[in-house]
Write a protein that binds this ligand. Structure first.
Ligand code: CA
Length: 371
């Protein structure tokens, strides 16, 4: 297989700049554009038989397929004590080690929950449910420090850390909800302080969904800045069929990058390569043309990614940091459904992975790796 030999050389060439990025960032130098992939569900996929292949059917470790395609960062979510035992400290450490061994940088995404945390749900971990606010603040610090120090000890220090996930409605409801901004700020300060104390050189990111919603971003970041929450980077989710136009994304990213003088990243985006379903569990996006001009096809998926990356690259003053594809490896594998409490739950996202229903890379992976 000729390409395998060629890819090995390419891998070595790619690994060096990826590894150098952390140092360059610490020095505040111009950094390489982030070509990222969230692969949080990969270990569970593999455990239930998920396989990953190149377009010619050659099977390889998904982390290395991403790396050889040019991906230079991964994003990994952390849950406190999930029912299925995935995405906890031990799993995140193990996956981060794999990613670092492949020369990839790591963004860790703390949810501060046992399950999904997003604008609609920010449920406290069960073990924290009876805590006072002061105890919660300590728990945020201790959990963040616990996971990060385990990563450092394993030789898998992350380069960036999200304190909270999609914080539109705050976190750790009700104590850190959007209508208790003083307490939300205190919780975020706890998390950020734990990052700075335990993961030397790592940047702190704060993350909101609705990447095209400038009034939301100004409301949140003004509120947190005025309350002294430290942060180094701004993260946005931007799903083009939900979060407004590309021009709205551009306006918002341009504004917040300038207003807070921070780099901005789209840390979650995705788009379908097909409107079809693979596992019998309805997909969240099933329209044949979810956004005008971008059909649910391999071409549409690739073109939408290019369009989003062009928006990020157009942010002035070099503050457009990069793009992460959300759940690039979440193919339809029985046992690896969406609900960590329900082993028979299905997958609503497999048509937005970067691997198709024959387990092979979609063209958008190459697009991502060459942004
Ligand atoms: Ca499905």
């Amino acid at each position: 297989m000729k390409r395998r030999t060629a890819l090995t050389a390419a891998a070595a060439a790619l690994a060096a700049p990826a590894l150098a990025l952390g140092a360059a960032e610490s020095a505040g130098a111009q950094t390489a554009f982030v070509r990222g992939a969230d692969i949080s569900s990969l270990p569970k996929s593999e455990a239930f038989g998920g396989t990953y292949m190149w377009s010619d059917g050659y099977r390889e470790d998904a982390v290395w397929i991403l790396q050889k395609s040019g991906v230079n960062w991964v994003r990994l979510k952390v849950w406190v004590n999930p029912a299925d035992g995935y995405n906890n400290k031990a799993r995140v450490v193990a996956l981060a080690k794999r990613a670092r061994a492949a020369g990839l940088n790591v963004l860790v995404d703390f949810h501060y929950s046992d399950t999904w945390a997003d604008p609609g749900t920010q449920t406290k971990p069960a073990a924290w449910s009876g805590y006072s606010f002061a105890q919660l603040r300590t728990a945020v610090y201790n959990h963040t420090a616990d996971v990060l120090s385990a990563m450092v000890a394993a030789g898998a220090t992350p380069q960036m850390v999200q304190v909270g996930n999609e914080l539109n409605g705050g976190m750790l409801w009700p104590d850190g909800r959007y209508d208790k901004l003083d307490q939300l700020a205190q919780l975020l300060i706890s998390g950020a302080n734990a990052v700075y104390a335990t993961a030397p050189g790592a940047k702190v990111m704060l993350h909101l969904a609705e990447g095209g919603n400038n009034s939301l971003f100004r409301w949140f970041f003004d509120a947190m800045k005025s309350r002294g929450v430290p942060f180094d980077a701004i993260g946005a989710s931007y799903y083009p069929y939900w979060h407004g136009s590309l021009s709205g994304l551009q306006s918002n990213l341009n504004d917040v990058a300038s207003r807070y003088a921070k780099p901005v990243y789209v840390v979650e985006t995705a788009y379908p390569f097909t409107s079809g379903d693979s596992d019998g569990f309805a997909n969240i996006i099933s329209a044949s043309t979810p956004v005008s001009g971008y059909p649910a096809s391999t071409t549409g998926q690739s073109n939408m990614l290019k369009a989003i990356a062009n928006v990020v690259k157009a942010v002035p003053n070099g503050r457009g940091g990069g793009v992460f594809w959300w759940e690039a490896t979440w193919t339809a594998v029985k046992g690896n459904g969406w609900d960590p409490t329900n082993p028979s739950s299905g997958n609503g996202w497999e048509n937005q992975a970067l691997f198709d229903y024959a387990w092979k890379v979609t063209p958008a992976l190459k697009t991502l790796g060459t942004l």
